[in-house]
Write a protein that binds this ligand. Structure first.
Ligand SMILES: Cc1cc2nc3c(=O)[nH]c(=O)nc-3n(C[C@H](O)[C@H](O)[C@H](O)COP(=O)(O)OP(=O)(O)OC[C@H]3O[C@@H](n4cnc5c(N)ncnc54)[C@H](O)[C@@H]3O)c2cc1C
Length: 425
């Protein structure tokens, strides 16, 4: 038990460190009963915020992070609005921290900013890389295992360095066309943000902005199940082996009600498993990982024939590589691509049909369901994010729309930032 003297000293130390800590964070500390409102407090209470930016990226997940960094690095004033609390989306919040596939048939086919982030995450975490020069027996052997926590931190650092402004806990509730581009009204708790931007990159997974604007989206009656990731028994050792997972059938990320239902269903199943297996729950991701919801109907639609034949589109901006991988009620039987096949992603599959100043990246890419089951993986989403941002940024600079930017300019900018261009290697 501490004596009175030491507890008084402890309290004084605590107050001092609290005051210095708070001052370091720019917070106001009231030392007497009179309350003075500091400038930083006023900023916190202010509800209405306005941003004038070149590029608005909505959704800071697998594709969105890369899009925002590319736009920022290419000189666009960029704002990234993310409805959750961190960057990375399915890779971090969903816990699917094994991005694939960057390589095909013995060489790397997707690189650029996504690869840079993955590589640095592995290096900082002291992890291992697969040997891309070797064709593995099974595709999953060349997925790169990343530490989801390190990945999220590095993603934030790279956004900061690219001068991307981040707005967490917010999402668009209304979008209207303006002479200069768009006015996007975002809402978060305690915040109403009006964003005036020239280009929007929709990286929400399910093309939510495209939906708000009323452009056509595609969705099947039946969707692939989601999965909830957790660790039972042994402790969670990030990037070493995959977490346990349970299918969440019917999981749907369309709106807050369907996402709530998916989380409740997933967590209820995990609780039942904890009781049944009588093991300790050592790790639980914050939300369900969603495999499928809406896809856009783009200027080009990638069919499964395009995908499995490795069609090289005239306006290809990135590669994709993964088996056709459709999860159903009874599981999944991946259908590997034939030897030598490397699918490509055209710019037209990122542009919602009939739209201007709007582009998407990620699993919502315009494609039929079977093609999408392969296209949706993380390395491909990262490649799409970088390509969409290159097109959007050049559209700002040329005062035009992404699909009217000369392809050579897009390829030039992508190459400058380390990406691999299909057919140009
Ligand atoms: C269980 C599971 C296993 C998988 N296995 C693999 C695998 O082994 N290898 C692999 O490479 N891929 C795998 N995938 C696929 C891959 O992880 C996803 O398809 C891919 O990460 C999707 O990227 P995205 O950027 O489109 O979406 P996400 O990464 O989901 O990002 C979307 C982001 O947008 C945010 N958002 C959504 N709506 C709004 C809004 N209205 N306003 C603001 N923000 C919004 C979300 O919070 C999220 O951060 C798997 C997926 C799942 C679910």
């Amino acid at each position: 038990m501490k004596d009175k003297k030491s507890s008084t000293a402890d309290r004084r130390n605590f107050l001092q460190s609290g005051m210095f800590g708070a001052a370091g964070l720019g917070l106001a500390v009231s030392t007497s009963s009179s309350v003075v409102m500091a400038e930083s407090d006023k900023a916190t209470i202010k509800r209405e915020v306005t941003n004038e930016v070149d590029v608005l990226v909505v959704g800071g997940g697998t594709a969105g992070v890369i899009a925002a960094i590319q736009a920022g690095r290419a000189g666009a004033k960029t704002l990234l609005v993310e409805r959750n609390f961190q960057l990375g989306g399915a890779t971090t919040t969903g816990g699917v921290a094994f991005p694939g596939l960057f390589d095909a048939w013995g060489k790397q086919v997707i690189a650029g900013i996504g690869w840079e982030l993955v590589k640095e995450s592995v290096e900082l975490d002291g992890g291992k890389f697969p040997n891309f020069a070797k064709v593995p027996r099974s595709h999953w052997m060349n997925q790169v295992h990343v530490n989801q926590f390190v990945y999220a931190l590095l993603a934030e650092e790279k956004c900061r360095e690219a001068e991307v402004e981040l707005a967490y806990y917010e999402f668009p509730e209304a979008v209207v066309k303006t002479d200069a581009g768009w006015q996007v009204d975002c809402i978060g708790f305690g915040t109403r943000r009006q964003v005036n931007c020239k280009q929007i990159i929709d990286c929400t997974g399910g093309a939510e902005v495209v939906g708000l604007l009323g452009f056509e989206r595609l969705r099947e009656e039946e969707r692939q199940p989601g999965s909830y990731l957790f660790q039972l028994g042994g402790s969670h050792n990030p990037a070493s082996k995959q977490l346990h997972r349970l299918y969440v059938h019917g999981a749907d990320s369309t709106n807050s009600r369907t996402a709530t239902l998916a989380n409740l269903t997933g967590r209820k199943s995990i609780l039942a498993k904890v009781r049944k297996d009588k093991k300790r729950l050592m790790h639980l991701q914050p939300e369900t990982g969603f495999r499928e919801s809406y896809r856009i109907k783009g200027e080009t639609l990638i069919t499964v024939q395009d995908y499995t034949s490795g069609k090289l589109f005239d306006d290809a901006v990135s590669h994709a590589f993964y088996p056709v991988d459709l999860h159903t009620k009874t599981g999944v039987r991946p259908k590997p691509l034939k030897r030598g096949i490397v699918p490509s992603i055209p710019l037209g599959a990122l542009v919602p049909k009939g739209s201007r100043n709007l582009i998407v990246a990620g699993r919502c890419v315009s494609s039929d369901r079977l093609a999408n089951s392969g296209l949706r993986v993380q390395a491909s989403c990262m490649g799409m994010g970088q390509a969409a941002a290159a097109a959007a940024t050049l559209a700002v600079q040329g005062n035009t729309t992404p699909s009217e930017v000369p392809l050579a300019q897009i390829h030039g900018l992508l190459k400058k930032h380390g990406a691999i261009i299909p057919g140009k290697a």
